[in-house]
Each structure stands twice: as structure tokens, then as C-alpha cells.
Design a protein around this ligand. Structure first.
Ligand code: SAM
Ligand code: SF4
Ligand code: F3S
Length: 481
């Protein structure tokens, strides 16, 4: 994962923006139709595309990586910032043009933009043939048949209980080492800047047993790392009812700490990551669980959004600067070596230079290993859009973002330099970007480590002594421990 961002998009998202995935290139003769799917946005959206692929494959559709040979093109979309939506709109127009040479082609918009802009997509006669929200993917096969008759097929109903728990995602374009596992959907927090509660609906947790089953089967298939996904994983809550015959039984709630432990116990060789933690919900129990198991990564993504208590209140984040700092101190106390990362927004409504300086000083205090930084993008319908004026001019938002990026660059380089001389355990994910003579993986703190290949392979754990670094990468050589 990248460490530095100087645009309004998450670096790791940006690299993956618009990625098309297919487990294989299907033979057209074996399937009723071929589909192509392109994904934008957060990891949860990419995980959803794997659910979509599974549903489509079960109904006789085969995946292709080549949109020109596809009968169905799906774009799984993101609404988080205006720029994300603009990119997708352009892409949909491009796909629409393919209809001239392939009149039977159907184009579908999935995900958060489908949910947010449903009316627009329904009204814009010819732009798309299917509009399907994040909770309606089970209805895709029926909707495709409806669209084949020439009608626009739409399902944007949000659900209170859909978690796709029983669907085994088809791992698209996987490296066979890391996999995302959704543990919950939706969000009940109402951060005033954020569109997610509107596009993804109410928070709901997935059946714990189905999560353990999915992680176990990934491990049996050779995967070595799972990332448990949710907008707010620390509020995971599942009540399992266990029955022992007539009238006997008890309810056993599973919280996030319990779930982490259950996944960690699948095998010490299965690494467990998770994202995202809301500072208000992460508990000591979770921190102690991370400390207890070597295979739960020592890394917490703890988005703060701003360093000013006044702005945090306007953002409805429900904590103050001081409260957040106390939480970071507690993390450092229980997990002294933990990697820490954050999300930050510059130029939120009414943000002054003083508020901005408080964000910078908070970053200086927390010394994040990784930060995703954005300038504020007003989203229609959100609390902030309804209540506050988007009054910080764009050039000031961007200048503040650049200052933040510069500060973070300095801090992250120092964080990397502190690791030089240390030895860490790295899970090998594949070749380095530069040369096939080197491998690349990540350590416990989620830092990218590059080292000479020797005879090591993807999926192996290797101890690496760090000898040098850049702001984004640790460089080292394998050692025996
Ligand atoms: N659920 C996570 C949390 O509570 O932090 C993250 C959700 S969101 C998908 C990822 C990040 O996008 C947020 O943490 C925030 O920094 C950023 N973001 C969300 N809405 C935004 C907006 N309107 N303008 C700029 N950045 C935004
Ligand atoms: Fe958006 Fe806040 Fe929910 Fe995160 S916790 S998804 S920022 S509303
Ligand atoms: Fe984007 Fe939806 Fe994720 S708005 S960030 S794809 S939840």
C-alpha cells in the first residue's frame, strides 16, 4: 500500500480504480453470456464485485477481462467524492459507445453511485441498462433477463439484513495470498461529510459462523492473509442462538474482539488484518486480543479526519482531539510496536488556518505510518451539505492538503528509518514492481518490504533484516531466526 497521497483519492484505491477482474478468461461457448466487471472505491466495493461474480457464475455467466468481448459490462461505483463519480460517468459514456458495434451489449451500474443517483440513471434514457444498488445483487440474474427485453432494469432497495453471508465470493484476479472478507455492511454513524450511510444503508453484522467458514476455506485453498472488512469493524455484533433441544438454548453474542480471536485461531499461519476502526468504538478488549495473537497484525487504521475539536464536532465524529489522543496513547501502551494509520480531510466547512494547524500538530503527535488525505468534497444530501456552507475555497483546501502531505512525508520517512536495523516477519505477496529478482511483501505493521528473491516463494513467511528504506518501502535481506 502506498503511503503518500497528493491528490483527492486514496492512493491504494487510485491504483485499483477501475481495475477489471476475472478469475479466468471464460470460453464464450461454455456460458450463456460473458460479463466484464470494473470496480471503483473502497475495499468493500472490490469485495462486493467478488460476490457479484459468484452470483453471475452460478447463473451461467462467465467472466472476461476483455470488455470488448463482453455481452454484459458492469461498473461497480463509488460516490465518496465528486471526482470518483466524475471518473465513473466518463467511463460509462465510453462503454455506451460500444453499443454501436455490439447492439446486444448491456451496461449496468452497480454500487454506491447506482444507489445515490438512481433517478438520474433511470431518467437518462440510454446511458445504462441496469441500475443495481449494493443490497440488490441477488436480483441481478432476473434483472439481466428484464434488461434483455429492452426495459431498464432497476433494483436499488436497501436492506436491513442482507449480508450475502451464504455466497462464496469468486476471488477475482487474486494473488492467492491475500483476500478480503466482509464482516458487516452499511454504517450507522452519521459523519456529516459522508455519503456512505445513504448509499449502503443501516449497519448489519454478518453471521460469525459464515465468516469463520469463509476464512477457513480460504486458508485451505492456500491463502495466508485475510482482511476483515467493515466501515466500522469495532461495532461488529452478532448474536448466535445455540439450541440444545426443546426450549433449551442460549444466545451468545459475538463482538469484534471475539470474532478476531476466532479467526486468529483458524491457524497461526493465517494472518489477520482488519479495517476500518472508528476511534469511538475500538476497545481495550480488541487491543488485548491483538496483543495476544502473533498472527493478528499489529496495525490499526484509526481515521481521525481532523485535529480540531470544533471541526470534529461539526463532522459529528463524536470525539474530541484530546479523546482521540488518549486513544492513541492507549494503543501505544498496549501495543507499543503497532503501526498506525489515519484518514484526514482538509478544508471542511468553516475550517480556519488555526483548525488546519491543529490537524498538522495532531499528525505530528501521532506520527502515522500511513495516511490517506483528501480535501473536502461536498456530497449532496449529507448532513454537512444540508447544514453548512462549503465555504473554504478550493485553492485553500488544496494548499492545506499539500502541507499535510509534506508533513506526512517527513514523518513516514522517519518511521521507515526507525525500522532500519530491525528484523521483521514478511508475508511474500509476489515480485517487486522493479525486478523479478526481488520479492515484495508486507510486515506485521503493514509496511511494504522488498528483498532478494533467492528461493523464496509467494505465500511464504520470511524473516527480513532491514538494511535501507525509502519513504514507502523497507529494503532488506532474508535472515535465519
Ligand atoms: N468508515 C471509515 C471511517 O469512519 O473513517 C471510512 C469511510 S470512507 C469510505 C473513507 C474516507 O473517505 C473517510 O475516512 C474520509 O476521510 C474520506 N471521505 C469521506 N467523505 C468525504 C468527503 N465528502 N470529502 C472528502 N473525503 C471524504
Ligand atoms: Fe462514513 Fe463515518 Fe460511516 Fe465512516 S463511520 S462510513 S466516515 S459515516
Ligand atoms: Fe465509495 Fe461506497 Fe466505498 S461510496 S468508499 S464504494 S462504501
Amino acid at each position: 500500500m502506498d503511503t503518500l497521497i497528493n491528490t483527492n483519492t486514496k492512493a491504494h484505491d487510485e491504483k485499483r480504480q477501475g481495475e477489471a477482474f476475472a478469475p479466468f478468461v471464460a470460453d464464450k461457448n461454455e456460458y450463456r453470456k460473458l460479463f466484464y466487471i470494473e470496480s471503483y472505491g473502497c475495499a468493500m466495493n472490490f469485495a462486493d464485485s467478488e460476490v457479484v461474480a459468484s452470483i453471475l457464475q452460478q447463473h451461467g455467466y462467465g467472466a472476461t477481462l476483455n470488455f470488448e468481448s463482453a455481452d454484459l459490462i458492469f461498473v461497480n461505483t463509488c460516490s465518496i467524492r465528486e471526482k470518483a463519480e466524475a471518473t465513473v460517468s466518463k467511463r460509462l459514456t465510453e462503454f455506451r459507445k460500444l453499443k454501436k458495434s455490439n447492439p446486444g451489449l448491456l451496461v449496468g451500474v452497480l454500487g454506491c453511485m447506482a444507489e445515490r443517483l438512481k433517478e438520474k440513471f433511470i431518467e437518462q434514457e440510454r446511458l445504462v441498462d441496469l441500475v443495481v444498488g449494493p443490497d440488490a445483487y441477488r436480483s441481478l440474474p432476473g434483472l439481466i433477463e428484464e434488461a434483455e427485453t429492452g426495459q431498464k432494469a432497476v433494483n436499488v432497495l436497501l436492506s436491513r439484513d442482507e449480508t450475502y453471508a451464504d455466497i462464496a465470493p469468486v476471488r477475482l484476479n487474486s494473488n492467492g495470498v491475500n483476500a478480503f472478507v466482509s464482516i458487516m455492511r452499511g454504517c450507522n454513524n452519521m459523519c456529516s461529510f459522508c455519503v456512505v450511510p445513504f448509499t449502503r444503508g443501516r449497519e448489519r453484522s454478518r453471521d460469525a459462523d459464515s465468516i469463520i467458514k469463509e476464512c477457513t476455506s480460504l486458508f485451505e485453498d492456500g491463502y495466508k492473509e485475510v482482511t476483515l472488512l467493515g466501515q466500522n469493524v469495532d461495532s461488529y455484533h452478532w448474536v448466535a442462538t445455540q439450541n440444545f433441544g426443546q426450549n433449551e438454548g442460549y444466545e451468545k453474542p459475538v463482538n469484534f474482539a471475539n470474532l478476531l480471536e476466532k479467526v486468529a485461531l483458524i491457524s497461526p499461519l493465517l494472518r489477520v488484518r482488519f479495517s476500518t476502526s472508528h476511534p469511538k468504538d475500538i476497545t481495550d478488549e480488541v487491543l488485548f486480543t491483538i496483543a495476544k495473537y502473533d498472527n493478528i497484525c499489529n496495525y490499526i487504521h484509526l481515521p481521525v479526519q481532523s485535529g480540531s475539536s470544533r471541526i470534529l464536532q461539526l463532522m459529528n465524529r463524536t470525539y474530541t482531539r484530546e479523546w482521540y489522543i488518549a486513544k492513541v496513547n492507549r494503543i501505544r501502551e498496549i501495543l507499543p510496536d503497532a503501526g498506525l494509520s489515519t484518514d484526514m480531510i482538509t478544508g471542511f466547512c468553516t475550517e480556519t488556518e488555526e483548525d488546519h494547524q491543529q490537524s498538522l500538530s495532531l499528525m505530528e503527535y501521532c506520527k502515522y505510518d500511513l495516511a490517506y488525505m483528501y480535501f473536502y468534497s461536498q456530497r449532496p444530501g449529507t448532513l454537512a451539505a444540508r447544514r453548512f456552507e462549503d465555504d473554504v475555497p478550493e485553492d485553500i483546501k488544496k494548499r492545506r492538503l499539500q502541507e499535510m502531505v509534506n508533513l506526512h512525508r517527513k514523518n513516514t520517512l522517519q518511521s521507515m528509518q526507525r525500522d532500519v536495523g530491525k528484523t521483521c516477519r514478511v508475508l511474500v505477496e509476489g515480485f517487486s514492481k522493479k525486478t523479478p529478482d526481488e520479492l515484495q511483501g508486507r510486515n506485521d505493521q503493514n509496511k511494504v518490504v522488498v528483498f532478494p528473491k533467492q528461493n523464496f516463494k509467494k505465500g511464504e513467511y520470511v524473516f527480513i533484516k532491514i538494511t535501507a528504506c525509502t519513504a514507502g518501502t523497507l529494503i532488506g535481506t532474508a535472515v535465519d531466526i
